[in-house]
Design a protein around this ligand. Structure first.
Ligand code: ADP
Ligand code: ZN
Length: 760
């Protein structure tokens, strides 16, 4: 395979370089002429020749030999970072993720960097400088004489000379007010120039203050309230964790989890360490960010998807340059380049937004947070009122420590849950008469009401009452949703957007919207309770964090009495004056083919219920269903989330679903359904598993996905299952290179999803 490396290649060494292309391995390069491989640090970016062009690459290792013939080895063109952009720990986390999720390392590594760094931009901030030019240096004695008659220019000149010929303009501003005109005259003489240079203000090496100084500085932060015994126990367990420890913190909304996070963060800061706090969505957690800001007097950076490229770069830098002591961020912040990380917190750890689902490496930030903590030998805290079944199972098996926070004394008692049997009720526009009466009663006694429905728009279907035509999406196996207010029909899967027809395009008869969405529920409730101000919260009414604040603010201030909304209302905010929660349609989660649907339903019900009530006014929660005797609903009502989880875990164990089995999905899509299927069949054949039973791995499929046609493409999938993680991983590692090279792969888009959340 490999010819022995040329002797001076061995001397100079070889560099493993990963480039931002979908390749499964690193490429081998020689160091630039006159440079030793060892002088090029792992984690630094380089420019390398690739094919006929160039690419930005990242050094992932040194080697003394290459599998490639030494005469064919090419040479690195330039080193882009004197200081690595990824430190050894982060690099190893990212390489682990690339390996575990079987995603090309280049896309994983570069995906963790700010956009401008991916294309070779400077990791440092650029700063405007005034610098003496070559001809300025040459004319030094002449200048000394000439400038005697121009005292302002002389001052600028002398400052520059004293600083070695170059100064940031910001420094000049501070030293010599009004230096501008003098500098212009010097520039006209050709002696100085203005240039943009890397800011020397802070680099990872020179700014790292001593841990002691850091620890002292953290004392400036405000103290929190005295903890309850239950909270104290958790904070102590975190602070006293010697090394890695995974801690599940389970407690209802308002039970004091955030307070525990903050005191654990304070303890980490006091030891001179930094902290990383992951949240599902920044827009829905402004209160958490505010609380951290007002508690901690240390640099804090936010990293989330609503940031522009420049803001993201600034936040990334503040961690990389070791200024930020706390980073709060969403999914991708799990890769924040913090120094001396001492604690990771994952708030609402069950939230599905931690799993990357729309392209790229489909990682779970929750799982990677645990991995990162393990690599760094530090504690990680997973908090939730409704932990994922995976996490609960990890706690049961003793891998995670579990702490439960009881409701605090001044907190409302748990809300009362009750079912409304839709089969025995008069139902008007999706609202049962029992629900309507309850709403009336609660509004009458001064409470606020929250109505949850998991569908936005006016109605999910537009139907012709004469010929039965249903408005379809042209590109998906889906119906168009009626958006009455906007006068449009929209596809919630591909974004198709059409005018709302007044008559049936097929027979010309009248059409009518069927079913309910938030917009229709809003209309129904407005006409039923015309005196009661109502607000709606969904992705149509709230596109930005500001919109969300406006809507939730109106509820918190009592200006709105009724809040109608989607999942968005189940997150972040607690509304103490809400005394009634109505869940309009629970049933979708009960009979789905997706094995996680019931878990999501239970979490949603418990989360939405947790938004309501205060000490003197406990909340009431009404769940409308056509299946009141369903065991999961019964369990949830009788024993809460705990009871539900126990039953659901038993079901999972019986069916060998995660967390009792490990799964991955190979998914493919193509304009032509046959191409997607042909690829998956070829992949299945290439596995060799059909030739005879092999230990431990089962393939199921291919089958079309639940909504097979989406945005004009046909989707199909192959499920890979194994009782053991290692067996599954070993199989995938052997199998995927063959899948890569399949002829049939060229006609499809495909990806692998390890530990998928969505299996339909
Ligand atoms: P969670 O994160 O579980 O929703 P929080 O930590 O936000 O709970 O606590 C809910 C409210 O109770 C907050 O206003 C918080 O300041 C307050 N709180 C939490 N713990 C204590 C405590 N030990 N003493 C007094 N107030 C507390
Ligand atoms: Zn569509």
């Amino acid at each position: 395979m490999s010819s022995p490396a040329h002797s001076d290649t061995v001397l100079a060494g070889i560099l493993k370089v990963v480039i931002d292309r979908p390749l499964r391995t690193a490429l081998d390069y020689l160091p630039p002429p006159g440079c030793k491989a060892a002088e090029l640090p792992v984690g630094a970016r380089v420019r390398v020749p690739v094919g006929r062009g160039h690419a930005v690459g990242l050094i992932t290792g040194h080697a003394s030999q290459s599998a490639m013939d030494s005469s064919r080895l090419r040479t690195i063109t330039a080193l882009l970072d004197p200081v690595p952009v990824l430190d050894a720990n982060l690099l190893s986390l990212l390489m682990w993720a690339s390996d575990y999720y079987h995603h090309p390392p280049g896309e994983v590594l570069f995906g963790a960097l700010p956009v401008s760094l991916r294309s070779g931009g400077s990791a440092h901030a650029l700063e405007s400088h005034l610098r003496i030019t070559a001809s300025g240096h040459a004319a030094q004695s002449e200048a000394a004489a000439t400038l005697q008659r121009a005292p302002r220019q002389l001052l600028v000149w002398q400052q520059l000379l004293a600083a070695g010929g170059c100064l940031p303009t910001a420094r000049l501003d501070a030293m010599l007010p009004k230096w501008g005109p003098a500098a212009r005259e010097l520039r006209d003489r050709g002696w100085v120039e203005r240039i943009e240079l890397e800011s020397q203000a802070a680099t990872p090496q020179d700014s790292s203050a001593s841990t002691d100084a850091r620890a002292d500085a953290s004392q400036r932060s405000a103290p929190g309230p005295g903890l309850t015994d239950a909270q104290r126990q958790v904070v102590d367990a975190i602070a006293s964790a010697a090394g890695f420890s995974s801690i599940l913190l389970q407690g209802a909304t308002g039970s004091g989890k955030t307070e525990v996070y903050m005191q654990a963060v304070a303890a980490a800061l006091a030891r001179g360490r930094s902290a990383l706090v992951l949240v599902p969505e920044i827009g829905l957690t402004p209160q958490l960010v505010e609380r951290f800001r007002s508690r901690f007097d240390v640099p804090l950076a936010l990293l989330h998807s609503a940031l522009g490229d420049a803001e993201r770069l600034a936040a990334w830098r503040s961690a990389w340059q070791d200024r930020a002591r706390i980073v709060i961020g969403t999914r991708s912040a799990v890769f924040a380049p913090l120094h001396d990380l001492g604690l990771i917190v994952v708030d609402e750890e069950h939230d599905s937004s931690y799993k990357q689902q729309d392209g790229g490496c489909r990682y779970s930030a929750r799982d990677l947070a645990v991995r990162r903590a393990q690599q760094l030998d530090i504690p990680v805290v997973l908090g939730s009122a409704t932990p994922a079944l995976e996490t609960l199972q990890n706690a049961r098996s003793g891998r995670y420590q579990r702490f439960v926070l009881p409701r605090r004394a001044d907190q409302s008692p748990a809300p009362r849950l009750a079912l409304i049997d839709l089969r025995t009720q008069a139902v008007h526009a999706g609202l049962s008469s029992a629900a309507t009466q309850a709403i009336e009663r609660h509004l009458g006694s001064g409470g606020q009401v929250l109505v949850y429905i998991n569908r936005r728009g006016f109605a999910p279907t537009l139907l012709c009452t004469s010929c039965g035509w249903i408005a379809p999406c042209q590109s998906c196996d889906a119906r168009l949703t009626v958006h009455q207010g906007a006068g449009r029909m929209r596809c919630h899967h591909c974004g198709a957007d059409e005018p709302l027809p007044e008559r049936c395009p097929r027979c010309g008869y009248g059409v009518k919207p069927v079913g309910q969405g938030t917009e229709r529920v809003e209309e129904t409730l407005t006409s039923a309770f015309p005196q009661q101000p109502l607000v709606r919260l969904d992705r149509d009414t709230a596109r930005s964090a500001g919109d969300i604040e406006r809507v939730t603010g109106a509820v918190l201030r009592g200006e709105a009495r009724i809040l109608v909304g989607t999942q968005m209302i189940t997150k972040g905010h607690h509304f103490p004056d809400v005394t009634l929660v109505v869940v309009l349609n629970a049933d979708q989660g009960l009979f789905s083919t997706d094995f996680r649907a019931s878990e999501r339903l239970a979490q949603t019900i418990v989360q939405v219920a947790g938004r309501a009530g205060r000490a003197e006014r406990p909340g009431e929660v009404l769940i409308q269903t056509e299946f009141p005797e369903h065991p999961l609903l019964q369990e949830l009502l009788a024993r809460g989330y705990e009871g539900f989880a126990e039953t659901a875990l038993a079901e999972r164990a019986a069916a060998h679903w995660p967390p009792f089995g490990r799964i991955a999905l190979l998914r493919a899509s193509a304009r032509d359904a046959a191409h997607a299927t042909a690829f998956l069949i070829a992949a299945r054949r290439a596995s060799g598993l059909d030739a005879g039973p092999r230990a431990g791995v089962t393939l199921l499929g291919p089958v079309p996905t639940a909504m097979a046609r989406r945005a004009g493409r046909h989707h199909a999938q192959l499920l890979i299952e194994s009782p053991e993680r290692a067996t599954l991983q070993g199989f995938l590692r052997r199998w995927l290179p063959t899948v890569d090279s399949l002829q049939e792969a060229r006609r499809v888009r495909w990806f692998l999803d390890v530990d998928p959340l969505d299996t339909q």
